[in-house]
Write a new protein. Structure first.
Length: 475
């Protein structure tokens, strides 16, 4: 079934219909289309465009369709072009030609733009809920390792010793930003296109503000042409999802490294690993690897939609049929990916002894020598040079920094007294970092507490928004 054809002398060619048909992917919008139809009926009735009797018939039929779509008893047919035509067929099957009255003052252009926004709002809120659970798992894991010292890395080389909780918690901060982006996105995207028609609105006396409020939107998109052609909300959502994917990929990369035999720091729980079909000893970090691998998919979907949008002239063009599959794919794959990553993180155990033993390797305490000299009034450039000389002497002799003799220390710099050995003691070096964003256990505890407070606010927001839009969907 198509929603057009009166001016055509013949039916559409089968090849063109197959190209044009979108029902195989846009059926995901069915419940959102039915909800926006209920809001549209209310406007049509209030403005006396349709009678109360017709409105009642339409409303009852749509509510029945909502149940049938949900339980799978109403499904699209091969002859249905898209979700809109399939649902109008369902209406007409129930109440006859009067089902077509719902099309007054509405086009598929503003209809699909509204449905697509509702779909994304619903699912972005769902993603934020999953991210909150993931962030909570990261924070709880970090809290177990606040007092444990490990090497910090730059360039994959030992850099400076840190509280290992700081290393874990960095991922919580990344996902907190992702949740913040979703919140900002919702502020910009919560505006309704319904009532814009094909591009110019309608000469019928519509009140788009009413349908916008009914659907849970903050307001109406003020320009009808922009309303039907804008897909910034979809592109921005894909950017957020790609960024989430990158953050998940970084976790995947680190978990692969840390669970390797060479590191031997992380023990991934059996429930979140797989084996080999030929090598019985293998325990593979597949969840981590899939998190890493799917990032390319999310980035590709963003790039794909931006490429579609880059040459769009004027108002609606059929190119926009290509917008949805990118979004559906990213949404569904993130919903699939985040829970097992959360489980993997929550159940991973780290080898405290191995991490601590590795912390001073690679002369990671050399900066403490430079800082010791700075406290004696030595310019940092000179202090840096002296610390480098200490490292060089240690490499020649095959010893650690604290094993340098008093004479060797003085050779590096006349102000390097034996007291410097206390500065290159592991616990003292880590605990001495007292700036608010540093990696000392005392500061990391405060940082984790602040993350928990922020997480509670995000949870309250997510719960409120889900209730608001779920309530609208349930009407």
């Amino acid at each position: 079934m198509t929603l057009w054809g009166g001016r055509f002398n013949s039916g559409i060619d089968d090849a063109v219909f197959n190209l044009s048909r979108s029902i195989h992917f846009d059926w995901r919008l069915a419940q959102y289309d039915l909800r926006s139809s209920l809001a549209h009926i209310e406007v049509l009735e209030q403005n006396q465009i349709i009678s109360s009797d017709v409105a009642l018939q339409l409303r009852n039929a749509i509510k029945q369709l909502q149940k049938e779509v949900k339980d799978g008893s109403f499904l699209p047919l091969p002859q249905d072009e898209d979700v809109h035509s399939a649902l109008e067929r369902g209406l007409k099957e129930k109440i006859g030609d009067v089902g077509g009255a719902i099309r007054a003052g509405r086009s598929r252009n503003d209809q699909v733009a509204t449905d697509f926004r509702l779909y994304l709002i619903d699912h972005m809120i769902e993603l934020s809920t999953l991210l909150i659970k993931l962030e909570k798992a990261i924070i709880e894991l970090a809290q177990n390792y606040v007092e444990d010292i490990a090497p910090g890395f730059t360039h994959l080389q030992h850099a400076q010793p840190i509280s290992f909780a700081q290393e874990i918690a960095k991922h919580a901060h990344a996902f907190a930003r992702d949740i913040s982006r979703i919140r900002d996105w919702l502020t910009r995207s919560s505006f309704s296109p319904l009532g814009s028609g094909a591009l110019a609105g309608s000469s019928l006396p519509l009140t788009p503000e009413h349908s916008a409020k009914n659907l849970g939107f903050t307001g109406v998109i003020p320009n009808s042409i922009d309303a039907v052609s804008d897909r910034d909300f979809a592109a921005e959502a894909l950017f957020i999802m790609a960024t989430i994917g990158i953050h998940l990929s970084r976790i995947g990369e680190e978990w692969c490294l840390l669970s390797s035999t060479e590191f031997g720091w992380a023990e991934i729980d059996d429930a979140f690993a797989t084996g080999s079909s030929i090598m019985p000893q293998k325990k593979n970090p597949d969840v981590a690897e899939l998190a890493r691998g799917k990032a390319g998919r999310f980035i590709g979907n963003l790039t794909g939609l931006l490429t579609v949008l880059k040459g769009m002239p004027f108002a609606y063009n059929r190119d926009l049929q290509e917008d949805k599959e990118f979004v559906f794919d990213s949404v569904e794959n993130l919903l699939l990916l985040i829970p097992p990553v959360t489980g993997m993180i929550a159940s991973t155990e780290f080898n405290r002894a191995k991490m601590r033993a590795a912390a001073p390797l690679g002369f990671s305490l050399a900066t403490e020598i430079a800082d010791f000299l700075v406290k004696q009034g030595v310019p940092f450039s000179q202090a840096h040079e002296a610390a480098g000389s200490c490292v060089k002497m240690c490499e020649v002799r095959g010893i650690a920094l604290h094993e340098l003799s008093d004479q060797e220390l003085l050779t590096a710099h006349p102000k390097l007294s034996p007291a410097v050995r206390q500065a290159v003691e592991l616990d003292g070096a880590v605990n001495g970092r007292t700036a608010s964003n540093s990696a000392s256990p005392s500061q990391v505890k405060i940082q984790l507490s602040n993350l928990e407070d922020s997480l509670k606010k995000d949870l309250a927001w997510s719960s409120n928004e889900r209730q608001r839009f779920s309530g609208m969907m349930a009407q």
